[in-house]
Design a protein around this ligand. Sequence first.
Ligand code: ACM
Length: 549
Amino acid sequence: MIERILKTTLTLLLMLAVIQTYSCKKAAATAAEEPKPALAGSHAIIPLPQSVAYAEEVFVLDNEVKIVADGQYATAVNLLNKDLSQLAGISLIVSASASGKAIVLKEDPGLSPASYEIAINKDKISITGRNKESVFHGIQTLRQYLWTASQDKAGRKITLKAVVIKDKPSYEWRVFNLDVARNFYTKDYVKKLIDWMALYKLNRLHLHLTDDQGWRIPIPKYPGLITEGSSRPFNEYDLENIERAKSNPIYTIDNRFVSTSNGQKVYKAAYTRADLEEIVAYAASNYVEVIPEVDMPGHMYAAIKAYPWLSSVNAAGWGKEFSWPICPCKPDVMQFAYDVLDELMAIFPSKYIHIGNDEVDKTTWESSPECAQYMRSNNLSNVGQIQKLLITNLQNYLQSKGRKAMVWDDATEVGVNPDVPVTYWRDWITPNRALANGNRFIMTPWTWFYLSSTPSDEAISTLYNFSPAQRFGNLFDDRIDGYQACVFTENIPSEAAFEYYVYPRLQAFAELVWANNRREMNSFVQRLKTHLKTMDKEGVRYKVPGFTK
Ligand code: ACM
């Protein structure tokens, strides 16, 4: 609660700062901005491509058209056929060659990294990508181009305006972060989220698998993490959600995860290893990489509840704001951490594993004789250095297995090595040490990028218009690898609530991270209207933005 009040106050202060810096925004824009593509209403593509140039002729897409592909594009072809079937009863076959009209998919390593081009004339739609992933992105663009084409359901044909679209992303890291610990989302629902991420060319899913309120991934050597750690008696957020649900049913807690034990309501949920492997494989087929996070050493209440020896005081509990952490000064606890990383690496093939390190209350380390001894043996002068050594040890362990660690920016206060990417969320604290160190950043400054904040038109436009210069001057220049939209789910207890909070901020986020300097709010709002119709058809329960009415 204190944390929330602090955050609310900081948000108000930051909002004031944002309003003040709006007037400088134009001046801060660089002369090197990319040229704006055709924005006018002939297409509704989000994120906005780099360039869109129309020609006079048209391509008539009907059942005679063949798909000619130089590789395996099964996921993309299936998506395209699903859309064509819904829009106009069309289903295309893949063929080695075609004498007549065709959609031609091919790779061209000569294209610039991550780019694709779509060329439509009266005979052909060609989608050429630097690699398979870029061809996939081209198909996602074509899917959206169909939405504004002339659809003739009775005649089973779609007439597309001839066009050349050239496109590439502004940032490599286009991340969506989902907290499945506070409230849980099934494997099938995560796959549905991946569908939307792929449509908008987001390419990394940061899965926050564990937290104080629940442990969701089985680790074979520690079965208690599931038997004990995956359940909780209803907590203050659950009770708050029950209150909210009285006036708004989206806050009704998903009853698939609720049971009664000894007369008390309990929330319990977890994935199996097979579930997680299915998510990873599905994500990979949609060019989304899943980056797992087990948040250590803080945010471990659920694990410590199952195994009290994990903490310095052999008990789960809370400090002033945050829960007591696990104790890296005990060899068995370090072994636990390595065992957890082993299982993460066995399930998730991602190069990066997120090891958390946010919000660590170190007071239990201060009073621990084991930590005092550990500090003497390792020449450490304060408990911050215990956390720093933990990060180095975990980083080295991952590195020895060919993987890399990443952390939340809180870790940079105790010091992290320069090659660890930092997920920067605390926009009220400048990460001076990491900036001086040369670390690279995934930006998710809380005020703008936490989609778990109250959804509103203002939240959409504030996110859409974010630029680092607006808030941070040139501090982060050339140090940003990408952006991350975060959904922490304390007050998002159902799929309906998730959709109400996330959409269409996800579309605004996607345009920011893919199209960056090409953004233009008026054009986005126009294009978004078509996307709202698609979400209507798909039954997505988004918060209707006032500015699209
Ligand atoms: C965070 O929101 N504690 C990363």
